[in-house]
Each structure stands twice: as structure tokens, then as C-alpha cells.
Ligand binder design. Structure first.
Ligand SMILES: [Zn+2]
Length: 1024
């Protein structure tokens, strides 16, 4: 092809999409299609982005790093698989779709019903996955789309259910009543590590508590206290241990038992703590050991339950205000202190977490398993990292990992969400004519035919369970006081308890109080109440004057755990009356299986055998626990092998000032905007150069723009080479060097290839990027290409005399070879750059070799021993040229002025003479005279470098007086610095305390500065 057609500037926008299409159509993203014999696999499971997420700069970061690694491994000749996919992200997705539903249609998920709602979510996800795929492609991701997975697809759902059933059968999964982290806003439990802590100013209330004083930050929970605990060794309280006391808390009296427990710190507060089993994990444990009753005073809706007496129905914060006020009135507050404390908040919605007692599914992390040879899953997950089967990069996170696992408690895996993997458990009540109802204190049976039923909308059921004792009905049910009713969930027809009517009031809607704790719900205006009633009676006219029945009741919930049958399996059980558990599984349960479920597990597929354990898990350090640890737990348990060999943790991307990117700060950088403006390659470079594992990265648009300039530079160098080299061709073998510059650039290239190969294996992306960048710009472009231009001008060989060098066009020095070398260097350089900047390198490659793609070429190998002498010799020439350029610049000589230079070198005159052409060309000189010995010319600037002295006669060219003044000032500055250094090196304290290397550096500085001073004084002498 005619390389003269190559455009002057690289336009990423016009070519990136078509380059990606070419890659995709080649089929090479799929390791099965890669050319050549490839034995060793290299696998990365892409951390699945949330199915409804939009790609942000954090995604762009991991995509760049992983694509870089997989492209490198593909070039190395591995069977490289990068498996993409998306995560259903239950809470995030459900919340998002609920919000859209509310904003657009004013409806809740309950209005739609489970089935219809899930259909909506499915449609939403489908569309969003399409968007994510498009974004991944824009970044240049070379992942195998034919193997793309989704955590909720059929295969992965089978894997999830299989995993649940296996763990259940192994006794590791159990259903239990425990304290869970409850987010009243999300109406769901959260895993321990989904709770975030917000440091805040709080209050520490000291409350008179029977004969004691106790201190608490959450006074309202004291309404649910059933015990007071002291340390068994605390002499002050010995006589109270075992006593049962009535404690006056103002408007409420509670009954407590005094217990002794080692966990109580006698030196903290007063040494006595109130025990609140339903709302604190530690207290729950103490209560279980001591058989204390459990009283729940905060409901799942975040409001006080009926057990809170006069405070029932109040939101927690309001109850706290009122309760503290009542305690103060009763003289029961002894003092209130300001404290700094950590508020537990939901990581998703930032609502305050309420620890609640609840029935949930758990994974036992402390139970020995036969499958693990008698070890617990926690022990196994620790072992594989301790034994080095998994390497965590950077290493400092290993400690964090141990710490987290060592403190891991049973993992609550059930979530009260509709979207997600439904728990594969079915329940059935005993088949009987009777509807059996029972309570903790009593059991009774009532003939169902005799029992009237009252329905409650599913959304109201939790309120009833939490203590609501009034219901408003437009329909006259003709109930009488004393009637016992079966309470039915109208959506599932499940009986969840029974109520005894104890009061009936007939009134009108307008007369109903808007805020009645016994009813639970609070309305701002009567219109809100009307709206709520219309929701339950869609076909009725409702106004202020509509007649309404207010039924008050005493409620007892069904206790069905002892009587119901339970079935755990992959498919619904046969027979009638089975109800599937309404809850879904924690998202991390399914993503914990990701490395092997995506390869076909539970089937033992060929992919699973070939690509598992995967090679690298590359992800953010912020999900080391959420996800990485869980994958290790799941894989060691189900696969009996580690999920990956190495974990590389990247940091967060922040703005140029180091702030988190956020909507509120309006400092977020959208990777797609950046790609549109500067190209994917520049965006990628900004995300890897300067990025080191485990550390946050600051980026700005200016940085990305800077890399766009670099990509352009690479383009221009390539363009120059291709145009100079004539018809494009591949140079398979390293060409023979003819000149020092040839030998030097090949030596530098071979050094770079070695450095890159070694360091990319170690994931040192940033230093590698910097080195290739330096080679491209400072070595190839600034020196070798420039030197080759001097050859193009065709200067002849240098006679070894001190005479003027004559111009001779006839005998080109190493004619033709620099072109081959340029092509060879470019070819290798494109391969080295390809993992970093795949688009521009592929485009340039196509001009060199249109018949085969760069992405499947072989990684370059360093040829022979590195020619260290060439590097050293060429450095001398570079130093000479740089010194001349500096002399010119410092004395403000116009760059166009052609000068004559004398170089004196006892040792290197011969070498310098052979490079006179290059020196002349690069230092813009008219003439160069080299000598073994020589007299300093009059009125000349001079520079002394290691191995040569350089003289630049400037008589009549510069203001000598001015130059003398400048040099004198410089001499003074250096002198002062030398004095400073000398003092420092005489300071005993410094010499004793500073590390040896630092002292060495200071000594070095002193020597260099003394040499500098010497040179300046020399210059002054020659000018004067
Ligand atoms: Zn929440």
C-alpha cells in the first residue's frame, strides 16, 4: 500500500468501532479459535457489573487492567479466556425498578404483585445489559462474548440451588432465629459487611435503673430489656446476681433478672449493662445462655411495637425523644454525655440499621464439614491463603483478609426481596381439618369453619406482626367484641395469626385520628388517609364522610416452626399444600460461585476442567470481603480447589484533588465522554499509568488529553517510519546494526522487551507503561528517528583529522539499514503497546501487515545479549549533544544560529569522531572539531561532561558581561548549597540517626555540587 496516504492526525472516533468489529468477527476473543498450539490456559472471570448499572470510571479502570492482562497473555501464546457477565444485584436492581415504578406510575411493587413486578425487572435488566455490553466494547474489551453469563440465567440458577441443597444436606445451612442487621427502609436484612459506619456526635444517657445506673446510646431499646448484666467478679454487685427486679422507666415498668457474664467490662460506664436480647447481638447471646425472655420493641418497619406500651407505633427517633423526656420528668436521667460514636447505616440507602431478632437462613461458618476433611469453611478459606495457594497483591491486604475471616460470624443469606434466587425451600402445614394456631404461652385449636377470617394486604402483615392493634375497614364485617378471627395474608392466603376483637368503633373517615400509634400508619393530611383506603378498596368512593369501622384486637402470631414440614430441593416437592419460602438469597451467595458456575458447574464440563482454577481475580480492594473472600469459601467447599491463583486489588479512581467522584460534587468523569473526545486508548493509558495496586488513583480530563497527545505522537512516529521505509513489510529477523545509533536502539529495545515481559507478569502495569512511553518518546522519537534523519541527509564518513568535516553525498553511512531497523523497532513496539493501547496499535499494524491481526501475533523476544557498550557509548554522544543544547539555551543563543564546536577528549576522540554527523545534526552545528588534546579557544562557553570537554566560541555572539554576571550568581548559589551540605554531614545527630543510604545520597550531592562549582568557575575564567 501507499504509505503516503496515512493521515496526519490519528482520529480514534472514526476507527475504533470498526477495529472492534474486526476483532469480534475474527473469533479470537474465544480461546477455542486462537491460532497455533496453545496448551496453557489463562483465565480471568470478569467481576460482573450490576446488570442495571451504567459504566462509570471505576468500571473503566478494571476493564482496562483486565483487558491489558488478557491481551498480554494472548500474545504470549496462552489459551486466554476473559469471561464476561452481569450480576443481578438484587437490592440495587429491585430498588431501582421500584423507584421507576413509583415515579412513572405512582405504584408500588405490591400493587403489581410478585409475578408482574418480576416481569418488569426482567425487561429492565435485559435492556440495561445491552447498554453495558456496548460500553464494554467501547473500552476495547477482548472478552469472550460467546461465554457471557448472568447470575440469574438458567445455568447459574441451577448452580445456586445445587449449592444451597448441598450445603443444607451437609448441615452447613440452617434456619435460625438470630439478631440480624435490618434496614427498615430496604425492608431487608443485610450482611454484616453491608453495614457501614458513620462517625457522629451521639449522646450517652445515664439512666437510673432500679438499684443501678446504666448507660446507653439507644435508650428506647431499654423498653425491651429483660436482664441486667454485671461482671461475675465485680464486688459491687455480688448481692444482686440472680435477683429478679421490677425497674421503673417512667411510664413503663419492666421486669429484669440480674445475671453475671464475663463479657461485661466492670470498668466501662457503671459496670452494669441492660440486656436487650431482641436488639443486640451480644445481648442475645447472653440471654440465650441465661434463659432470659426475648421482647421485641422495634418492628421491621422501624417503628416501636406494641411491646413498647405507650410508645407503640412511634418511629424510633421520635420514641427516643419522648421516652428520654418522660425519664427526665420522672427524675430517672442522672446525666447525659456527648460522645463520638459509630452509627450503623445501610450501605445501600444510608438508613439507620436496627438490629432485630428475626428468622433467617444462615451458613454456619464454624461447623466442621466432612467435605473439608473436618475443617470449617472459615478455616479452609484461611488455609489456602496462608499456604500460598492464593497470592494477594498488594501483600498488605493479606492481614486484612485474615482479620476479617477470623472474626466472621454465621452468614445470613436470606433477603426479604422479590428479585433474586428464590430460596429452594418449601413448607407445608400439617394436613388437618383444623387450622392450628398456637402461641408461646398457649396452644389452641379452633375449627376452621367456625373461625371467621379477616384479610390483610401483604404490605400490612409486617405491621400487624410488629404490634399494630387497630384496623380501619369500610366494609361492615358484622364482627362482635369477643370474636376470634383468623388473620390471613390476602396475597398468599396464609394464616399468620389470630386476633380477638376487643373494641369496635363506628365513625367516619374524617373523624379518624391521623396519627394513632395503635394503627401503625401515620398520615399528614386526611387526603393521605383517603388515598390509603382507596388503595385497599379500589372500587369504592371514599370521602371524609364515608362510614368506617375501627376494629381493635389483641393479636397472637402463628408459631408454626414445630408443626410444619420442610422440603429442600432443586424442584418443588410433589403433593399439595406446599409453599415456597418467599425470601430470596443474598446476591453474594450467587456471585460467590462465579468462577465455576460460569464454566458449567454443577456439570463437570470441559470448560471447567480447562479453565478452573482461574488465573487472576482483578477487582477493587473495597470488595475483598464482600466478594473475594466469599468466592474463596465457595470454591474451596464445592470445587475442592481455589477459585483463582492470584488476586490483584486496584484502588478507587478519584478526581484530581483526590476526592471521591460523585453526583453531588459534580466531579465524575464519564469514561464514554472521554472515549468520544480523546479515544479509548488515551482513556486507558490514564487509568494504568500512575496506578499501583491497592492505592487510589487521581485522574482529570487534562491527564486524559495528555495521553491523547501521546497516542498522536505514536501515530506520527509510525507515520514517519512507514513513509520513510517505502512499501510496508514485516522485518522478521533483527537487522544487523551498522552504526552506533543502530546498536544503541536495538540494545535499548531488547532491554525494554525484557523489562516489559518480566514486569507485566508481575502486574507492574504503571512502571511498564512509563518505560515504554519513555522509550517511544525520549529514545526512539527524540534520538533514533532524529539520527536517522541525519543519515537521510546523506553525510559521509568522518575523517580522523581535526579538519572541517566535508559534506559528501556519495557515501551514505549504513544506507538502508536504519530503515529496516526502524521497521523492526516499530513492529516490536506495537506489540509492547498493544495491551495498553489496542486500537491505535492495531490500526498501524494493519499498514505494516494487512494480512494478520496484531492481537494474535507472538510477543517479542529479546535477541542475544544486551549490547551494554553501545548503550554507554551512545550515552556519551547524547550527553555531548545535550550539553551543547544546554549551553545554547542558557546563553540564549538563537536556535537557528549555526555554530562551531570544539570537543576535546583524551579517551573518546575516536568514538566521537564517528558520530560527528549525528552531533552536527542534532545540536544544529555548522562544524564540529574533535581532538585528543586542545587549547581552550578564547571567549568561549564550555561544558565538562564525564569523558569530554566542550567549547563553544561565542565571541561577538553574546553579551559577555551579562553572562559573567549570571554565572557569578549561579556560583554563589552552588557555594551556599555546598556549605549547607557540609554542615549537615558534620552533624553528629544526623549521622547517627539517618539511614546509611540517605547519608550516601547527601555525600553524592556534595561531590556533584563541588564538581558543578568547578565547572562554573572554569566558565567564568574562559569568559573573563
Ligand atoms: Zn437500606
Amino acid at each position: 500500500m501507499d504509505n503516503k496516504e496515512i493521515s496526519k492526525a490519528y482520529e480514534p472516533k472514526g476507527v475504533e468501532d470498526s477495529v472492534y468489529k474486526k476483532w469480534e468477527e475474527s473469533g479470537f476473543f474465544n480461546p477455542d479459535n486462537l491460532p497455533g498450539r496453545r496448551e496453557k490456559p489463562f483465565t480471568i472471570s470478569m467481576p460482573p457489573p450490576n446488570a442495571t448499572g451504567i459504566l462509570h470510571i471505576g468500571h473503566a479502570e478494571f476493564i482496562t487492567i483486565q483487558d491489558l492482562v488478557i491481551r498480554f497473555q494472548r500474545l504470549l501464546g496462552k489459551k486466554a479466556l476473559w469471561l464476561p457477565g452481569t450480576d443481578h444485584a438484587a437490592i440495587a436492581t429491585q430498588t431501582k425498578v421500584e423507584k421507576i415504578l413509583k415515579d412513572k406510575e405512582g405504584r408500588s411493587r405490591h400493587d403489581l404483585g410478585r409475578e408482574e413486578f418480576l416481569k418488569r425487572v426482567k425487561d429492565y435488566v435485559k435492556n440495561s445489559q445491552h447498554v453495558i455490553r456496548g460500553q464494554l466494547k467501547k473500552m476495547g474489551s477482548s472478552c469472550d462474548w460467546s461465554r457471557e453469563r448472568y447470575t440469574l440465567d438458567d445455568g447459574l440458577t441451577l448452580a445456586v440451588n445445587t449449592a444451597f441443597v448441598q450445603m443444607y444436606n451437609d448441615g452447613l445451612i440452617y434456619r435460625g432465629t438470630r439478631i440480624v442487621n435490618w434496614c427498615p427502609n430496604c425492608a431487608s436484612t443485610l450482611a454484616d459487611d453491608e453495614v457501614e459506619y458513620l462517625e457522629q456526635k451521639g449522646k450517652f444517657y445515664y439512666i437510673k435503673y432500679g438499684p443501678f445506673v446504666i448507660a446507653t446510646t439507644r435508650p428506647e431499646t431499654k423498653l425491651g430489656d429483660t436482664g441486667a448484666a454485671v461482671n461475675p467478679g465485680d464486688k459491687r454487685y455480688q448481692s444482686y446476681i440472680g435477683q429478679e427486679l421490677e425497674v421503673n422507666l417512667g411510664k413503663v415498668k419492666i421486669h429484669i433478672k440480674v445475671i453475671a457474664d464475663e463479657s461485661v467490662d466492670p470498668n466501662f460506664g457503671t459496670g452494669v449493662v441492660g440486656v436487650t436480647p431482641a436488639h443486640s447481638l451480644i445481648d442475645f447471646d447472653m440471654a440465650s445462655k441465661n434463659n432470659l425472655p426475648v421482647i421485641q420493641v422495634i418492628g421491621p418497619d422501624g417503628k416501636m411495637t406494641n411491646n413498647a406500651g405507650p410508645y407503640a407505633g412511634l418511629p424510633v427517633a421520635e420514641c427516643r425523644k419522648l421516652f428520654v423526656n418522660d425519664l427526665e420528668k420522672a427524675g430517672l436521667i442522672s446525666k447525659i454525655e456527648e460522645v463520638d460514636n459509630n452509627l450503623s447505616i445501610c450501605y445501600r440507602c444510608e438508613h439507620v440499621i436496627e438490629p432485630l431478632i428475626s428468622k433467617q437462613w444462615f451458613i454456619n461458618v464454624n461447623k466442621p464439614s466432612k467435605k473439608l476433611g473436618g475443617k470449617t469453611i472459615k478455616e479452609k478459606a484461611l488455609e489456602v491463603v496462608k499456604d500460598g495457594e492464593i497470592e494477594i497483591i498488594p501483600e498488605r491486604f493479606v492481614k486484612t483478609y485474615y482479620h476479617w475471616l477470623e472474626n466472621l460470624r454465621d452468614w445470613c443469606i436470606s433477603r426479604q426481596l422479590w428479585f433474586g434466587h428464590r430460596i429452594p425451600v418449601w413448607y407445608r402445614k400439617p394436613r388437618t381439618e383444623n387450622k392450628e394456631l398456637g402461641t408461646e404461652s398457649s396452644k389452641f385449636k379452633v375449627q376452621s369453619s367456625k373461625l371467621k377470617t379477616i384479610g390483610f394486604h401483604e404490605s400490612v402483615v409486617p405491621q400487624v406482626l410488629a404490634g399494630k392493634t387497630k384496623t380501619y375497614r369500610l366494609k361492615d364485617h358484622k364482627f362482635k367484641v369477643g370474636d376470634v378471627l383468623a388473620f390471613e395474608n390476602s396475597q398468599t392466603t396464609e394464616i399468620f395469626g389470630q386476633g380477638e376483637i376487643n373494641k369496635i368503633v363506628e365513625t367516619t373517615v374524617g373523624q379518624i385520628p391521623l396519627d394513632d400509634p395503635a394503627h401503625g400508619a401515620t398520615y399528614k393530611k386526611v387526603e393521605d388517609l383517603i388515598k390509603a383506603l382507596k388503595f385497599h378498596y379500589p372500587n369504592r368512593e371514599v370521602t371524609k364522610d364515608t362510614q368506617v369501622f375501627v376494629y381493635s384486637y389483641k393479636f397472637t402470631p402463628v408459631q408454626n416452626s414445630k408443626t410444619e414440614e420442610i422440603y429442600v430441593g432443586l424442584t418443588p416437592p410433589k403433593g399439595e399444600g406446599w409453599q415456597q419460602d418467599p425470601d430470596t438469597l443474598d446476591t453474594w451467595f450467587s456471585s460467590g460461585l462465579w468462577t465455576f458456575s460460569t464454566l458449567g458447574w454443577p456439570k463437570m464440563t470441559k470448560d471447567l476442567k480447562t479453565f478452573h482454577p482461574t488465573s487472576l481475580m482483578e477487582t477493587g480492594y473495597d470488595i475483598l470481603f464482600f466478594w473475594v473472600a466469599r468466592m474463596i469459601i465457595m470454591s474451596t467447599y464445592f470445587m475442592s480447589e481455589v477459585p483463582f491463583r492470584q488476586v490483584y486489588l486496584h484502588g478507587m479512581v478519584r478526581d484530581e484533588k483526590g476526592r471521591k467522584m460523585s453526583k453531588s460534587l459534580d466531579n465524575a468523569i464519564d469514561p464514554l465522554d472521554m472515549i468520544a473526545k480523546y479515544g479509548a486508548d488515551a482513556t486507558r493509558l490514564s487509568l494504568v499509568i500512575g496506578n499501583t495496586p491497592g492505592n487510589d488513583l487521581n485522574i482529570s480530563e487534562a491527564r486524559i488529553a495528555g495521553y491523547r497527545n501521546f497516542v498522536n505522537k505514536l501515530w506520527n512516529i509510525s507515520r514517519y517510519i512507514l513513509m520513510k521505509a517505502g512499501p510496508a513489510k514485516l522485518v522478521e529477523k533483527q537487522p544487523l546494526p551498522k552504526t552506533l545509533a543502530d546498536r544503541w536502539i536495538l540494545a535499548e529495545l531488547n532491554t525494554l522487551i525484557d523489562f516489559t515481559s518480566v514486569n507485566l507478569e508481575k502486574y507492574n502495569f504503571s512502571v511498564v507503561g512509563e518505560k515504554i512511553y519513555e522509550f517511544t518518546w525520549s529514545k526512539l522519537a527524540d534520538w533514533y528517528v532524529e539520527v536517522s534523519k541525519s543519515e537521510a541527509q546523506g553525510s559521509g564518513p568522518t575523517p580522523s583529522t581535526m579538519l572541517r568535516v566535508p559534506r559528501a553525498k556519495s557515501r551514505g553511512r549504513a544506507q538502508g539499514n536504519s530503515e529496516n531497523i526502524l521497521l523492526y523497532v516499530l513492529q516490536s513496539l506495537l506489540k509492547l503497546w498493544h495491551p495498553f493501547t489496542p486500537f491505535v496499535t492495531e490500526v498501524i499494524w494493519a499498514k505494516l501487515n494487512p494480512s494478520a491481526m496484531l492481537m494474535v501475533q507472538a510477543w517479542p523476544k529479546a535477541k542475544g545479549k544486551v549490547d551494554k557498550k553501545a548503550i554507554k557509548d551512545f550515552e556519551l554522544i547524547q550527553n555531548i549533544i545535550t550539553a551543547i543544547r544546554n549551553l545554547r539555551a542558557e546563553s540564549k543563543l538563537p536556535p537557528a544560529k549555526r555554530l562551531k564546536v570544539f570537543i576535546v577528549s583524551a579517551k573518546n576522540a575516536g568514538l566521537i569522531k564517528t558520530e560527528v554527523d549525528a552531533i552536527k545534526h542534532l545540536a544544529r552545528l555548522e562544524d564540529v572539531v574533535v581532538a585528543v588534546k586542545g587549547k581552550k579557544p578564547d571567549k568561549s562557553l564550555s561544558a565538562v561532561i564525564s569523558g569530554a570537554e566542550i567549547y563553544l566560541p561565542v565571541s561577538g555572539m553574546i553579551d559577555v558581561g551579562q553572562e559573567v554576571k549570571r554565572l557569578s550568581l549561579e556560583a554563589k548559589r552552588v557555594e551556599d548549597f555546598i556549605i549547607h551540605l557540609e554542615k549537615k554531614l558534620e552533624n553528629k545527630q544526623f549521622l547517627e540517626r539517618a539511614p546509611k543510604e540517605i547519608i550516601e545520597v547527601e555525600r553524592e550531592k556534595l561531590i556533584i555540587n563541588k564538581e558543578n562549582l568547578e565547572k562554573i568557575n572554569q566558565q567564568l575564567k574562559t569568559l573573563k
